[in-house]
Design a protein around this ligand. Sequence first.
Ligand SMILES: *Cc1c(COP(=O)(O)O)cnc(C)c1O
Length: 393
Amino acid sequence: MNYQVDTRGYYGDFGGAFIPEILYPNIEELKAKYLDIMQSPDFLAEFDSLLKDYVGRPTPLYFAKRMSEKYQTKVYLKREDLNHTGAHKINNTIGQILLAKRLGKQKIIAETGAGQHGVATATVCALMDIECIVYMGKIDMARQRPNVERMRLLGAKVVPATSGSQTLKDATNEAMRHWINHPTDTHYIIGSVVGPHPYPDMVARFQSVISEEMKAQLLEKTGSENPDYVIACVGGGSNAMGAFYHYLDRPEVRLIAVEAAGKGVDTGESAATTQLGKPGVLHGSKTILMQTSDGQVVEPYSISAGLDYPGIGPAHAHLFASGRAEFMSVTDRDAMEAGRLLCRTEGIIPAIESSHALAVFEQRKFAPDDVVVLNLSGRGDKDLQTYIDYEFE
Ligand SMILES: *Cc1c(COP(=O)(O)O)cnc(C)c1O
């Protein structure tokens, strides 16, 4: 079984590039050039140096002693929460801005839901002195005021998407519309392993630094590059793909992807895509998505903005369909409890997205000798108000 993208841009039955005719030249240009650019020595030197000195990589692989005692297994946390801007998203935006420069693009557009990807994009545009426009649903702008202010402080223009439900999918539509109208001078930075080929592969490669570091760090700490399990939360799936990437072809390493069940898989307020979804086309690729019987995208729900997405990237759809990864889902309530537990056992306040992955330890038992690596995708500063307002039991 092959888990990498094939020459047609597919992962098994999923992937491809379902795009309007007018964007065909952009996607073709990306497809023709992305690998050569990403593998060129001058790109690699600049990427590595920025990851080290600007982002703060390598991020630690931390043996969580008290968590390990509590759950009677060996828990390691990959500390993506310690990256500049607070999550793994900057690995991808650094990579894409360097690529955009080499493609000769003068302008960057991005879409954002909660604002995390928008902030990571505005950050690298400031760093590279490139004009940045971020599309964001009008309702999301009101809900995520601090991130709107961060983006503006960083010099980005934040444009409200006022159509439809005024949330992420409408912001995506607006960004697409902009790209269609300015196809030659603009690069569109997509924030997860979603979108038309080659985006899912490109983003996966930028995020694969996570598992590349894990291999070396595990070898040093445990004597083996391989853990028994890797656990990560999945919105679109970029932090999970980064954490899985170098283990995809090592079946002895088991992969666990964690989706947001929201208020419960059967409540109508959920984002557990693999449990509720069916194959279809979303944001330019064939994947699994939540949809009505006549193919309308269903509005997802999760307490965590980063997991509140109606699909998953096509590579994850393939990992699910082939059984290579096990997909689990975690409710708002279980995630919030697991997040608070990490605060109190390890002194780390996790992003609520990452808390979903942490809740797996309550749902399933691991053996005392198992080495379990959990990708802690981000820190919880942005979620402070949600933790404060939440009514814990
Ligand atoms: C955006 C985000 C996610 C979800 O995105 P993926 O592409 O699935 O990784 C998860 N965790 C944090 C902290 C995020 O900011």
